[in-house]
Design a protein around this ligand. Structure first.
Ligand SMILES: *Cc1c(COP(=O)(O)O)cnc(C)c1O
Ligand SMILES: [Zn+2]
Length: 414
Protein backbone atom coordinates (compact mmCIF):
# COMPACT_ATOMS: atom_id res chain seq x y z
CA UNK A 1 0.00 0.00 0.00
CA UNK A 2 1.88 3.11 -1.17
CA UNK A 3 1.76 6.57 0.39
CA UNK A 4 1.31 5.36 3.96
CA UNK A 5 2.23 8.76 5.29
CA UNK A 6 -1.40 9.78 4.88
CA UNK A 7 -2.06 7.78 8.06
CA UNK A 8 0.58 9.58 10.10
CA UNK A 9 -0.71 12.58 12.04
CA UNK A 10 2.73 13.51 13.30
CA UNK A 11 5.07 13.07 16.25
CA UNK A 12 4.47 13.67 19.93
CA UNK A 13 7.07 14.11 22.68
CA UNK A 14 6.88 11.40 25.34
CA UNK A 15 7.90 13.95 27.97
CA UNK A 16 6.48 17.44 27.32
CA UNK A 17 3.74 16.38 24.88
CA UNK A 18 4.73 18.85 22.15
CA UNK A 19 3.49 17.80 18.72
CA UNK A 20 5.26 17.99 15.37
CA UNK A 21 4.12 17.54 11.76
CA UNK A 22 5.19 14.33 9.95
CA UNK A 23 7.66 16.31 7.85
CA UNK A 24 10.39 17.47 8.09
CA UNK A 25 11.64 14.49 10.08
CA UNK A 26 13.28 15.15 13.43
CA UNK A 27 14.92 12.69 15.79
CA UNK A 28 13.92 14.27 19.07
CA UNK A 29 11.80 16.94 20.69
CA UNK A 30 13.15 20.43 21.38
CA UNK A 31 13.25 19.41 25.05
CA UNK A 32 15.66 16.61 24.15
CA UNK A 33 13.25 13.74 24.79
CA UNK A 34 11.99 11.03 22.50
CA UNK A 35 9.08 11.16 20.11
CA UNK A 36 6.19 8.79 19.49
CA UNK A 37 4.54 8.46 16.09
CA UNK A 38 0.83 9.37 16.18
CA UNK A 39 -1.51 7.80 13.65
CA UNK A 40 -4.80 8.82 12.12
CA UNK A 41 -6.62 5.78 13.47
CA UNK A 42 -10.02 6.73 12.06
CA UNK A 43 -8.62 7.11 8.59
CA UNK A 44 -6.81 3.79 8.91
CA UNK A 45 -9.92 1.96 10.08
CA UNK A 46 -11.77 2.97 6.92
CA UNK A 47 -9.29 1.28 4.59
CA UNK A 48 -7.71 -1.51 6.64
CA UNK A 49 -9.21 -4.43 8.53
CA UNK A 50 -8.27 -7.73 10.15
CA UNK A 51 -9.71 -9.50 7.10
CA UNK A 52 -7.58 -7.49 4.67
CA UNK A 53 -4.55 -8.25 6.77
CA UNK A 54 -5.41 -11.93 6.84
CA UNK A 55 -5.66 -11.97 3.05
CA UNK A 56 -2.23 -10.33 2.66
CA UNK A 57 0.30 -13.03 1.68
CA UNK A 58 3.34 -10.91 2.65
CA UNK A 59 5.10 -12.84 5.44
CA UNK A 60 7.56 -10.20 6.73
CA UNK A 61 6.95 -7.05 8.82
CA UNK A 62 5.93 -5.26 5.63
CA UNK A 63 2.47 -6.84 5.98
CA UNK A 64 1.87 -4.12 8.59
CA UNK A 65 2.73 -1.30 6.16
CA UNK A 66 -0.27 0.91 6.99
CA UNK A 67 0.89 1.07 10.63
CA UNK A 68 4.46 2.06 9.74
CA UNK A 69 5.57 5.68 9.28
CA UNK A 70 7.07 5.21 5.83
CA UNK A 71 6.15 6.81 2.55
CA UNK A 72 6.23 3.46 0.80
CA UNK A 73 6.28 -0.09 2.09
CA UNK A 74 8.71 -2.33 0.19
CA UNK A 75 6.98 -4.65 -2.24
CA UNK A 76 9.18 -7.63 -1.46
CA UNK A 77 10.25 -9.18 1.84
CA UNK A 78 13.93 -8.42 1.20
CA UNK A 79 16.02 -10.20 3.83
CA UNK A 80 12.73 -11.26 5.47
CA UNK A 81 12.61 -9.45 8.78
CA UNK A 82 9.90 -10.57 11.21
CA UNK A 83 7.26 -13.17 10.48
CA UNK A 84 8.91 -15.24 13.21
CA UNK A 85 7.17 -18.20 14.86
CA UNK A 86 5.23 -18.03 18.11
CA UNK A 87 5.82 -21.43 19.66
CA UNK A 88 3.86 -23.07 22.40
CA UNK A 89 6.19 -24.55 24.99
CA UNK A 90 5.58 -28.28 25.39
CA UNK A 91 3.78 -28.82 28.66
CA UNK A 92 6.03 -29.68 31.60
CA UNK A 93 5.38 -32.51 34.05
CA UNK A 94 3.35 -30.34 36.40
CA UNK A 95 0.17 -28.44 35.66
CA UNK A 96 2.16 -25.26 35.61
CA UNK A 97 2.89 -23.30 32.47
CA UNK A 98 -0.07 -24.46 30.45
CA UNK A 99 -0.02 -21.43 28.23
CA UNK A 100 3.56 -20.43 27.75
CA UNK A 101 4.64 -19.13 24.35
CA UNK A 102 8.02 -18.19 22.94
CA UNK A 103 8.29 -15.52 20.27
CA UNK A 104 11.36 -16.82 18.50
CA UNK A 105 13.08 -13.74 17.17
CA UNK A 106 16.41 -15.54 16.94
CA UNK A 107 15.16 -16.38 13.44
CA UNK A 108 15.59 -12.89 12.06
CA UNK A 109 18.22 -12.42 9.31
CA UNK A 110 21.02 -11.24 11.60
CA UNK A 111 19.78 -13.35 14.52
CA UNK A 112 18.08 -10.78 16.73
CA UNK A 113 14.92 -8.73 17.16
CA UNK A 114 16.97 -5.62 16.30
CA UNK A 115 16.36 -6.39 12.62
CA UNK A 116 12.78 -5.14 13.03
CA UNK A 117 13.99 -1.67 14.05
CA UNK A 118 16.78 -1.63 11.50
CA UNK A 119 14.45 -2.57 8.64
CA UNK A 120 12.22 0.44 9.25
CA UNK A 121 15.20 2.72 9.93
CA UNK A 122 16.99 1.69 6.74
CA UNK A 123 13.86 2.19 4.65
CA UNK A 124 13.39 5.60 6.18
CA UNK A 125 17.05 6.53 5.57
CA UNK A 126 16.59 5.65 1.89
CA UNK A 127 13.50 7.86 1.73
CA UNK A 128 15.67 10.69 3.09
CA UNK A 129 18.31 9.88 0.44
CA UNK A 130 20.91 9.00 3.07
CA UNK A 131 23.66 6.66 1.88
CA UNK A 132 25.58 6.24 5.15
CA UNK A 133 24.09 5.04 8.42
CA UNK A 134 25.73 5.04 11.81
CA UNK A 135 24.92 3.17 15.00
CA UNK A 136 26.24 2.79 18.48
CA UNK A 137 25.45 -0.66 19.70
CA UNK A 138 26.17 -3.31 22.28
CA UNK A 139 26.51 -5.59 19.23
CA UNK A 140 23.18 -6.75 17.85
CA UNK A 141 21.92 -3.43 16.51
CA UNK A 142 25.27 -3.09 14.74
CA UNK A 143 25.20 -6.59 13.26
CA UNK A 144 21.65 -5.92 12.16
CA UNK A 145 22.48 -2.57 10.55
CA UNK A 146 25.49 -4.10 8.83
CA UNK A 147 23.33 -6.90 7.37
CA UNK A 148 20.54 -4.71 6.07
CA UNK A 149 22.95 -2.08 4.74
CA UNK A 150 24.69 -4.87 2.82
CA UNK A 151 21.39 -5.96 1.25
CA UNK A 152 20.42 -2.45 0.17
CA UNK A 153 23.93 -1.37 -0.88
CA UNK A 154 24.30 1.31 1.80
CA UNK A 155 27.32 2.16 3.98
CA UNK A 156 27.20 1.27 7.66
CA UNK A 157 29.55 2.73 10.29
CA UNK A 158 29.49 1.06 13.68
CA UNK A 159 30.69 2.16 17.10
CA UNK A 160 30.65 -0.80 19.48
CA UNK A 161 32.42 -1.57 22.75
CA UNK A 162 35.60 -3.49 21.96
CA UNK A 163 34.44 -6.00 24.58
CA UNK A 164 31.35 -7.05 22.55
CA UNK A 165 31.22 -10.84 21.92
CA UNK A 166 33.52 -11.91 19.09
CA UNK A 167 30.65 -13.42 17.09
CA UNK A 168 28.88 -10.07 16.91
CA UNK A 169 32.02 -8.16 15.88
CA UNK A 170 32.71 -10.87 13.31
CA UNK A 171 29.19 -10.57 11.93
CA UNK A 172 29.62 -6.80 11.52
CA UNK A 173 32.85 -7.21 9.55
CA UNK A 174 31.55 -10.13 7.48
CA UNK A 175 28.67 -7.96 6.28
CA UNK A 176 31.26 -5.41 5.17
CA UNK A 177 30.48 -2.58 7.59
CA UNK A 178 33.10 -0.19 8.99
CA UNK A 179 33.67 -1.17 12.61
CA UNK A 180 35.15 1.28 15.09
CA UNK A 181 35.71 -0.71 18.29
CA UNK A 182 35.53 1.71 21.20
CA UNK A 183 37.77 1.13 24.19
CA UNK A 184 34.98 2.16 26.52
CA UNK A 185 31.38 1.44 27.44
CA UNK A 186 28.30 1.29 25.25
CA UNK A 187 27.21 4.58 26.79
CA UNK A 188 30.42 6.24 25.61
CA UNK A 189 30.00 4.73 22.14
CA UNK A 190 26.47 6.12 22.11
CA UNK A 191 27.57 9.68 22.83
CA UNK A 192 30.22 9.45 20.12
CA UNK A 193 27.69 8.20 17.58
CA UNK A 194 25.57 11.29 18.18
CA UNK A 195 28.53 13.56 17.52
CA UNK A 196 29.60 11.72 14.38
CA UNK A 197 26.06 11.58 12.93
CA UNK A 198 25.64 15.29 13.39
CA UNK A 199 29.09 16.18 12.08
CA UNK A 200 28.72 14.21 8.83
CA UNK A 201 24.96 14.34 8.34
CA UNK A 202 24.63 10.56 8.46
CA UNK A 203 21.46 8.72 9.36
CA UNK A 204 21.47 7.61 13.00
CA UNK A 205 20.24 4.15 13.91
CA UNK A 206 21.23 4.56 17.54
CA UNK A 207 18.53 3.40 19.94
CA UNK A 208 16.53 5.91 21.90
CA UNK A 209 16.80 8.92 19.64
CA UNK A 210 14.99 7.75 16.56
CA UNK A 211 11.23 7.14 16.68
CA UNK A 212 11.44 4.87 13.62
CA UNK A 213 13.15 2.23 15.74
CA UNK A 214 10.34 1.76 18.27
CA UNK A 215 7.94 1.67 15.33
CA UNK A 216 9.97 -1.20 13.88
CA UNK A 217 10.18 -3.03 17.19
CA UNK A 218 6.43 -2.72 17.69
CA UNK A 219 5.89 -5.17 14.83
CA UNK A 220 6.71 -7.98 17.27
CA UNK A 221 3.57 -7.04 19.22
CA UNK A 222 1.49 -6.84 16.02
CA UNK A 223 2.64 -10.35 15.13
CA UNK A 224 1.94 -11.78 18.58
CA UNK A 225 -1.58 -10.35 18.49
CA UNK A 226 -2.25 -11.71 15.02
CA UNK A 227 -0.74 -15.11 15.82
CA UNK A 228 -2.95 -15.43 18.92
CA UNK A 229 -5.95 -14.46 16.81
CA UNK A 230 -6.31 -11.15 18.69
CA UNK A 231 -6.82 -12.92 22.05
CA UNK A 232 -4.31 -11.23 24.30
CA UNK A 233 -2.05 -13.16 26.67
CA UNK A 234 -1.97 -12.08 30.31
CA UNK A 235 1.73 -11.21 30.27
CA UNK A 236 4.61 -10.46 27.92
CA UNK A 237 8.16 -10.80 29.31
CA UNK A 238 10.63 -8.39 27.70
CA UNK A 239 14.43 -8.44 28.11
CA UNK A 240 15.19 -4.77 28.73
CA UNK A 241 18.29 -2.65 28.27
CA UNK A 242 17.61 0.76 26.72
CA UNK A 243 13.88 0.11 26.87
CA UNK A 244 13.21 0.50 23.14
CA UNK A 245 11.71 -2.99 22.83
CA UNK A 246 9.47 -2.47 25.87
CA UNK A 247 8.31 0.91 24.53
CA UNK A 248 7.81 -0.54 21.05
CA UNK A 249 5.82 -3.54 22.27
CA UNK A 250 3.50 -1.23 24.17
CA UNK A 251 3.11 0.99 21.12
CA UNK A 252 2.17 -1.99 18.96
CA UNK A 253 -0.55 -3.12 21.33
CA UNK A 254 -1.68 0.47 21.83
CA UNK A 255 -2.10 0.99 18.09
CA UNK A 256 -4.16 -2.21 17.84
CA UNK A 257 -6.33 -1.13 20.75
CA UNK A 258 -6.93 2.23 19.09
CA UNK A 259 -7.97 0.42 15.93
CA UNK A 260 -10.38 -1.67 18.01
CA UNK A 261 -8.65 -4.91 16.99
CA UNK A 262 -7.78 -5.92 20.56
CA UNK A 263 -9.56 -5.08 23.80
CA UNK A 264 -6.83 -5.09 26.39
CA UNK A 265 -3.07 -4.59 26.48
CA UNK A 266 -1.20 -7.45 28.19
CA UNK A 267 0.82 -6.70 31.32
CA UNK A 268 4.36 -5.94 30.14
CA UNK A 269 7.17 -7.18 32.33
CA UNK A 270 10.56 -5.52 31.94
CA UNK A 271 13.25 -8.07 32.80
CA UNK A 272 16.68 -6.64 33.59
CA UNK A 273 19.94 -8.06 34.84
CA UNK A 274 20.46 -7.39 38.53
CA UNK A 275 23.49 -5.20 37.86
CA UNK A 276 22.00 -3.33 34.91
CA UNK A 277 18.60 -2.41 36.22
CA UNK A 278 18.06 1.34 35.92
CA UNK A 279 14.48 0.86 34.68
CA UNK A 280 13.42 -1.67 37.31
CA UNK A 281 14.93 0.55 40.01
CA UNK A 282 12.93 3.55 38.81
CA UNK A 283 9.77 1.40 38.71
CA UNK A 284 10.29 0.19 42.25
CA UNK A 285 11.32 3.50 43.81
CA UNK A 286 9.01 5.75 41.82
CA UNK A 287 11.96 8.13 41.42
CA UNK A 288 13.34 9.44 38.12
CA UNK A 289 15.63 7.29 36.01
CA UNK A 290 19.19 7.42 37.27
CA UNK A 291 22.29 5.91 35.64
CA UNK A 292 23.84 2.74 37.10
CA UNK A 293 27.28 1.24 36.70
CA UNK A 294 26.16 -1.68 34.55
CA UNK A 295 27.87 -5.04 34.27
CA UNK A 296 26.27 -8.36 33.33
CA UNK A 297 26.93 -11.45 31.24
CA UNK A 298 23.89 -10.39 29.19
CA UNK A 299 25.80 -7.90 27.05
CA UNK A 300 22.78 -6.86 24.98
CA UNK A 301 21.02 -5.47 28.05
CA UNK A 302 24.14 -4.01 29.69
CA UNK A 303 23.22 -0.33 29.81
CA UNK A 304 24.17 2.41 32.30
CA UNK A 305 21.51 4.89 31.28
CA UNK A 306 18.48 3.64 29.32
CA UNK A 307 17.99 5.84 26.27
CA UNK A 308 14.36 4.87 25.87
CA UNK A 309 13.72 4.76 29.60
CA UNK A 310 10.66 7.01 29.61
CA UNK A 311 8.91 4.93 26.96
CA UNK A 312 9.71 1.76 28.85
CA UNK A 313 8.47 3.12 32.19
CA UNK A 314 5.25 4.23 30.55
CA UNK A 315 4.88 0.83 28.84
CA UNK A 316 5.17 -1.11 32.08
CA UNK A 317 2.99 1.23 34.13
CA UNK A 318 0.21 1.78 31.57
CA UNK A 319 -0.06 -1.94 30.85
CA UNK A 320 -0.31 -2.95 34.52
CA UNK A 321 2.96 -4.86 34.35
CA UNK A 322 6.01 -4.77 36.59
CA UNK A 323 9.79 -4.94 36.54
CA UNK A 324 11.90 -7.86 37.70
CA UNK A 325 15.65 -8.48 37.94
CA UNK A 326 17.60 -11.71 37.49
CA UNK A 327 21.18 -12.55 38.42
CA UNK A 328 23.80 -13.60 35.89
CA UNK A 329 23.70 -17.11 37.29
CA UNK A 330 19.90 -17.27 36.88
CA UNK A 331 20.31 -16.04 33.32
CA UNK A 332 22.89 -18.68 32.40
CA UNK A 333 20.88 -21.44 34.09
CA UNK A 334 17.76 -20.20 32.32
CA UNK A 335 19.62 -20.21 29.01
CA UNK A 336 20.60 -23.87 29.44
CA UNK A 337 17.17 -24.88 30.74
CA UNK A 338 15.39 -23.13 27.87
CA UNK A 339 17.59 -24.77 25.24
CA UNK A 340 17.30 -28.23 26.81
CA UNK A 341 13.58 -27.96 27.23
CA UNK A 342 12.47 -26.28 24.02
CA UNK A 343 15.22 -26.54 21.42
CA UNK A 344 15.71 -22.78 21.31
CA UNK A 345 19.26 -21.56 21.95
CA UNK A 346 19.00 -17.97 23.17
CA UNK A 347 21.77 -15.51 23.96
CA UNK A 348 22.00 -14.49 27.64
CA UNK A 349 19.96 -11.28 27.23
CA UNK A 350 17.18 -13.22 25.52
CA UNK A 351 17.31 -15.99 28.11
CA UNK A 352 16.70 -13.37 30.79
CA UNK A 353 13.05 -13.37 29.67
CA UNK A 354 12.85 -17.05 30.58
CA UNK A 355 14.77 -16.58 33.83
CA UNK A 356 12.47 -13.66 34.69
CA UNK A 357 9.40 -15.76 33.94
CA UNK A 358 10.63 -18.60 36.16
CA UNK A 359 11.29 -16.16 38.97
CA UNK A 360 7.92 -14.43 38.59
CA UNK A 361 6.14 -17.81 38.76
CA UNK A 362 8.25 -18.82 41.74
CA UNK A 363 7.36 -15.59 43.54
CA UNK A 364 3.67 -15.96 42.63
CA UNK A 365 3.67 -12.71 40.70
CA UNK A 366 2.42 -14.75 37.76
CA UNK A 367 0.61 -18.07 37.98
CA UNK A 368 1.26 -20.99 35.71
CA UNK A 369 -2.41 -20.89 34.76
CA UNK A 370 -2.03 -17.46 33.21
CA UNK A 371 -0.84 -17.11 29.64
CA UNK A 372 2.55 -15.57 28.98
CA UNK A 373 4.65 -14.78 25.94
CA UNK A 374 8.43 -14.57 26.32
CA UNK A 375 10.35 -12.51 23.79
CA UNK A 376 13.36 -14.55 22.74
CA UNK A 377 15.25 -11.61 21.32
CA UNK A 378 18.57 -13.03 20.10
CA UNK A 379 20.40 -16.23 19.15
CA UNK A 380 22.73 -18.12 21.48
CA UNK A 381 25.22 -18.58 18.65
CA UNK A 382 26.10 -14.92 19.04
CA UNK A 383 27.94 -15.54 22.29
CA UNK A 384 29.01 -19.13 22.83
CA UNK A 385 31.66 -18.20 25.41
CA UNK A 386 28.95 -17.32 27.94
CA UNK A 387 26.90 -20.39 27.08
CA UNK A 388 29.93 -22.63 27.57
CA UNK A 389 29.98 -21.74 31.25
CA UNK A 390 27.08 -24.08 31.99
CA UNK A 391 28.22 -27.05 29.92
CA UNK A 392 31.33 -29.16 29.54
CA UNK A 393 32.56 -30.39 26.17
CA UNK A 394 33.77 -33.98 26.85
CA UNK A 395 37.28 -35.06 25.99
CA UNK A 396 37.61 -37.16 22.81
CA UNK A 397 37.26 -40.95 22.91
CA UNK A 398 39.38 -43.44 21.00
CA UNK A 399 37.69 -44.16 17.65
CA UNK A 400 36.85 -47.76 18.59
CA UNK A 401 33.55 -49.32 19.64
CA UNK A 402 34.55 -50.34 23.20
CA UNK A 403 35.53 -46.75 23.97
CA UNK A 404 32.15 -45.49 22.76
CA UNK A 405 30.34 -48.21 24.75
CA UNK A 406 32.26 -47.20 27.86
CA UNK A 407 31.37 -43.55 27.24
CA UNK A 408 27.66 -44.47 26.94
CA UNK A 409 27.85 -46.63 30.05
CA UNK A 410 29.22 -43.72 32.04
CA UNK A 411 26.42 -41.56 30.70
CA UNK A 412 23.95 -44.21 31.89
CA UNK A 413 22.76 -44.81 28.36
CA UNK A 414 23.59 -48.52 28.16
C1 LIG B 1 18.90 -4.90 22.28
C2 LIG B 1 18.50 -6.17 22.87
C3 LIG B 1 17.67 -6.24 23.99
C4 LIG B 1 17.18 -5.04 24.73
O1 LIG B 1 16.48 -4.11 23.95
P1 LIG B 1 16.32 -2.60 24.42
O2 LIG B 1 15.47 -1.98 23.40
O3 LIG B 1 17.71 -2.02 24.50
O4 LIG B 1 15.69 -2.62 25.77
C5 LIG B 1 17.32 -7.49 24.47
N1 LIG B 1 17.77 -8.63 23.89
C6 LIG B 1 18.58 -8.59 22.81
C7 LIG B 1 19.06 -9.88 22.24
C8 LIG B 1 18.98 -7.38 22.27
O5 LIG B 1 19.81 -7.37 21.22
ZN1 LIG C 1 9.45 17.51 24.60
Amino acid sequence: MPENLQFVLGYKCVCCGKEFAPEPFRYRCECGNNLDVVYHYDRLKKVWSKDLLKANPEPSIWRYGPLLPLKRTPLTSGLHVGGTPLLKVPRGSSDEEQQLYLKDDTRNPSGSLKDRATAVGVQHAMELQKKTLIAASTGNAAASLAALAAYYGLRAVILAPATAPAAKLTQILQYGATLIPVGGTYDEAFDLSMQVAEQFGWYSRSTGINPMLSEGKKTVALEIAEQLNWQMPDWVFIPTGDGCIAGGVYKGFYDLQQLGWIETIPGLIAVQAENSAAIVKALESGADLAPVDAHTVADSICVDFPRDGLKALNAVKSSGGFGITVTDDEILKGQKDLATRTGIFAEPAAASAYAGYQKAVHENLVTGMQSAVLLITGSGLKDIESAKRKIMIPSPVEPVFPAVREFLRQADLC
